[in-house]
Design a protein around this ligand. Structure first.
Ligand SMILES: [Mg+2]
Length: 249
């Protein structure tokens, strides 16, 4: 990691970017497609997220093994939502109530990530993931292997593009994997979310670490006291704010 990170000037942030798998939802979408190859696939995913192998070495290999159908990918979208972290939608609602640009950047499959992100209140045009193709019968027909999100080193450029309107000084990123940590240099504040998966390569390199399995724990890290007061005054975010009090990171 040679690139210097920008100084962490703290909130308020105008742009907040979230990873999806093991951050907004407890699942790793690709692993959920694996069925009886689960162990083999999960081992590949874990090695990539721990930084032991390059993402592009396992990305195509996993999909070639799994060949997920349109229906299978749709089931992952449902599972992302069913296994969403507590207060995912409430946190997005609070960020958007304060006019923040909320984005999701994922190495997961776009056709599963997008419906989930929309369901928790993220604008479709601020969701980036890896497009997958199906034939007319709904069978797997390949993925977009030109996607920067399917290879190591690709996530920073995608994050940089999404947060460009908020630079300098006003961007934050929340994620659990090494690909998220790589993108930390594109934002002022990186938060390692270890509420689902605690990856020492990531948490050990991060100033802000959340170990509670509740996204309300991000409230004191992403908002100023004034912003929290404004949310409280609106009366529309009481559940999130109460949970934040009980879920100090
Ligand atoms: Mg993740």
């Amino acid at each position: 990691m040679t690139a210097e990170r920008p100084a962490d000037t703290g909130p308020p942030f105008a742009c907040v970017v979230f990873d999806c798998d093991s951050t907004l939802s407890t699942i790793e979408g690709i692993d959920e497609l694996a069925g009886d190859r689960a162990e083999e696939i999960a081992a590949l995913t874990a090695r990539a997220m721990a930084g032991e192998v390059a993402l592009e070495e396992v990305y195509g290999a996993r999909l070639a093994l799994l060949r997920p159908s349109r229906d299978a990918v749709a089931r992952v979208a449902e599972l992302y939502l069913a296994r969403a972290l507590p207060h995912a939608a409430e946190l997005v609602a609070a960020l958007r109530a304060l006019d923040k640009r909320v984005a999701v950047v994922s190495g997961g499959l776009r056709e599963a990530v997008l419906p989930f992100a929309r369901a928790i209140g993220v604008d479709a045009d601020l969701v980036r993931a890896v497009p997958v193709r199906f034939d007319e019968a709904g069978a797997y027909a390949g993925f977009d292997d030109a996607s920067p999100l399917a290879r190591s080193g690709g996530k920073p450029a995608v994050v940089a593009d999404l947060v460009a309107p908020c630079r300098p000084g006003r961007a934050a990123l929340v994620g659990d994997g090494v690909t998220d940590l790589e993108a930390a240099r594109e934002v002022e504040r990186f938060v390692a979310f270890a509420g689902v998966a605690d990856r020492p390569a990531v948490t050990g390199a991060s100033h802000h670490v959340v170990r509670r399995a509740d996204l309300a724990a991000l409230v004191p890290i992403l908002f100023t006291a004034e912003e929290r007061a404004a949310l409280a005054a609106s009366g529309a975010h009481d559940a999130l704010l109460a949970a934040a009090e009980g879920a100090r990171p």
